[in-house]
Write a protein that binds this ligand. Structure first.
Ligand SMILES: NC(=O)c1ccc[n+]([C@@H]2O[C@H](COP(=O)([O-])OP(=O)(O)OC[C@H]3O[C@@H](n4cnc5c(N)ncnc54)[C@H](OP(=O)(O)O)[C@@H]3O)[C@@H](O)[C@H]2O)c1
Length: 345
């Protein structure tokens, strides 16, 4: 774990991911005076609650990282590109939640339960896209045991994936519509309340893939080190505040029984199985909210597969994308680096 002596800067502390990072650090007892909350000039001088204390938000500047050992970037790609070098120059470990460095072959893209060894001596580490983390963690036990040759995934993504303002939008629209009023879209193009729509990331005019789908493909391939892995994603927003759900059809590298597939999850790190057919108890975003683990359930053979093939299985998955999909994963990366440092010392 990150030592309580280390000073941690949260860039974007006022945002959805930044606040989640603060909440995790608070629950671990990290001292308030060892946290520097950074955001835009708009938020400078405001306060964020932190246990019994409150943190003064400071404006992010190029010299904001003096004395910082860990910098968790929870802002946009532009901000990461502008300020990550300042944090590195100040000697900090940088873990970035944006997509700024994810595709850079010199920067490791890490889910600690899967590829912690990619960290090595790197000081700049990219946190993967939230949907990618959730999907890969759910499939990692099967990948380890049988190999994975193909994935078809449909996402049901919470609005908080688009930040704090998107949660406000859902709250306002739902209130207004329930009172008989209208919904005024601001963050999203479409009405959020009582609606389902294709993910808001921009769509590539040639491929037809939106940005979220493209990330799920390229980032999964990088993390698993499988440059030709076949993935067919469809990413969709649903009117849920928090935690993404995914329906996955996975084709294994080798035939398996359902019992063997279930068995693969018994000791799986970061995953919890909720799969009670008798009472219809399966993963939901509400069950996943605030939890560290990714929930996996509805495990079943693919009824569309030719008889006797036994390689395709269906799953329903839910994971808190603000937590394991972003803030927690970033903190766990810093934990791995801290533990490796202690081993060397
Ligand atoms: N939300 C998710 O589920 C999720 C999951 C995985 C990864 N991510 C990634 O994590 C990052 C943060 O996402 P989010 O959802 O937390 O966004 P958000 O709620 O919109 O928060 C954005 C944060 O960035 C800060 N910021 C904006 N402009 C700034 C500037 N010029 N200087 C300093 N700080 C500035 C904001 O500060 P002000 O309050 O002062 O504007 C705020 O703290 C994004 O790159 C996102 O793609 C998000």
């Amino acid at each position: 774990m990150i030592s309580h002596n280390q000073t941690i800067a949260i860039v974007g502390a006022t945002g959805a991911v930044g606040r989640e990072a603060l909440s995790i650090l608070e629950s671990r007892g990290h001292p308030a005076h060892k946290i520097i909350a950074l955001a835009s000039s708009r938020s400078a001088g405001t306060f964020l609650p932190y246990g019994d204390a409150r943190l003064v938000v400071r404006e992010l500047t190029h010299d904001a990282f003096a004395g910082v050992q860990v910098a968790l970037f929870c802002a946009t790609s532009d901000i990461a590109k502008l300020y990550a070098n300042d944090a590195l120059a100040a000697g900090a470990l940088v873990v970035d939640n944006s997509s700024a460095f994810r595709a850079d072959p010199r920067v490791p893209l890490v889910v600690p339960e899967i590829n912690a060894d990619a960290i090595g001596s790197h000081r700049l580490i990219a946190n993967p896209n939230c949907s990618t983390i959730i999907m890969l963690l759910a499939l990692q036990p099967l990948h380890e045991r049988f190999g994975v040759s193909r994935i078809v995934v449909s996402t049901y993504q919470a609005v908080s994936g688009a930040g704090a303002s998107a949660m406000d939008e859902l709250r306002e629209q739902a209130g207004s519509v329930l009172k008989g009023g209208t919904a005024k879209p601001k963050v999203f193009r479409e009405q959020t309340a009582f609606n389902v729509f294709s993910h808001n990331a921009s769509v590539n005019l040639e491929t037809g893939l939106n940005g979220e789908e493209a990330k799920m493909i390229s980032e999964s391939r990088k993390i698993w080190g499988l440059p030709h892995l076949s993935i067919s994603p469809t990413c969709v927003r649903v009117p849920v505040f928090r935690a993404h759900t995914q329906a996955i059809v996975v084709e294994l590298g080798a035939p398996a029984s359902l019992a063997a597939v279930r068995n693969a999850y018994q000791q799986a790190a970061g995953v919890r199985v909720i799969d009670d057919r008798a009472v219809n108890d399966f993963p939901t975003p509400l069950k996943a909210t605030g939890r560290d683990e990714i929930l996996v359930g509805r495990l079943r053979e693919d009824p569309g597969e030719p008889a006797g093939a036994a390689r395709r299985f269906c799953l329903l998955v839910a994971g808190d994308q603000l937590r394991k999909g972003a803030a927690l994963n970033a903190i766990q990366i810093a934990d791995v680096v801290a533990a490796a440092k202690r081993e060397v010392a």
